[in-house]
Design a protein around this ligand. Sequence first.
Ligand SMILES: *Cc1c(COP(=O)(O)O)cnc(C)c1O
Length: 433
Amino acid sequence: MNDFTYVGARLHAEGVAMKDIAAEVGTPFYCYSVAAMDCNYEAFTRAFDGLPATICYSVKANSNLAVLREMAMRGAGADVVSGGELSRALKAGMAPGKIVFSGVGKTAWEIDAALEAGIFQINVESESELIMVNERARSHGVNAAVALRVNPDVDADTHEKISTGKVEDKFGVDLPHAPDLYKRAASMESVTPVGLAVHIGSQLTRLDPFREAFSRVAALVVSLRESGLEVVRLDLGGGLGIVYDGETPPDINDYAALIREVIAPLDCDLLFEPGRYLVGNAGVLVTRVIRIKEGHGRRFVVVDAGMNDLLRPALYDARHRILPLSEAVPDAEESLADIVGPVCETGDCFAEARPLPPLAEGDLLAICSAGAYGAVMASTYNNRPLIPEVMVRGDSHAVVRVRQEAEALFALERTPGWQETGSNRDSNIRNTA
Ligand SMILES: *Cc1c(COP(=O)(O)O)cnc(C)c1O
């Protein structure tokens, strides 16, 4: 990915020096490159050239409306996992006919919203959900296309918190129960089972788990067809890993070759739900060094971004590359530093004993590969307002989410009557004693 490079010793996002953006919007902020998204999208579509494949971008990876619009403009649909994501996808102009709804806990109102929007497919993950979709569809007077999400019981060999395809994970229907449930769906009045869905986890860096999962799905398709059931679509999920810091994820063309080998002969329409692959390396988090603190045999570099802005390191032990916005001189001596955020949690740490060129208070850093599962996971913990998101395209940039106002942090809170001025506070306290 070459869309974040040094030009004249300044780290740029495409044609824009990110220090100029920092001067405009302050720090920290997320910065996304349209060219990087475009390049990833192109590589993905090119790999599946000639196959009947539809890309349903996984909205949860980065759901900024501007990002969704970029995907929609390129012809992508959406994979949504909540009613809120469905609203966003529709708002961004994604065609309902290219939206699939995944997730293990869809509520009645979310299913209603999906039926009312007329989305392409609902991925059903349990018998109880199947019954609910059938009932809601009947009361709406429609027939819902459903795919059965199966749990192929394979070890995705990724972080335990992003593994979704083992029997002990909550996702999907166990393979042994899938045929009966599929049959049951086929007998229902207001749903039509169109196929199967599978998604075994995220940030996968090896092909074997995909091969194992897809092979099991393929075998199930064959056996469903042998019992007279129709299977016309396969949703192969997302999960392809990216490089954060030294990983060697599968090449997209090897992944595609595997699908051509194992899945293509089944002659199904294919859906893909890439998230991280499309946007992960298309974003960075820019942060400023607040303080350098010498600890006991350690140097702490305290930055103004925290785990509330980028949760991945704290949640998944993720380690992102970190680059200074001003390129170090070629023979600058590196020393070890812990890059930590200001949040009052020991887990608020972006790097430990990381070799870095000399840094001073006020310096700007880019935490790389922060385009996926970054801004979407942000919280206001420690009452830190949500940070801006900026999109760059060529020499242009635009703020696509403004910094949250400090006041917004408590705008939704209300004062109970007994705390209002004029109420008799003392007598209240006495009464409860
Ligand atoms: C999260 C998720 C994806 C996207 O995963 P990536 O690793 O970001 O590609 C796709 N499908 C489903 C069902 C998901 O939950």
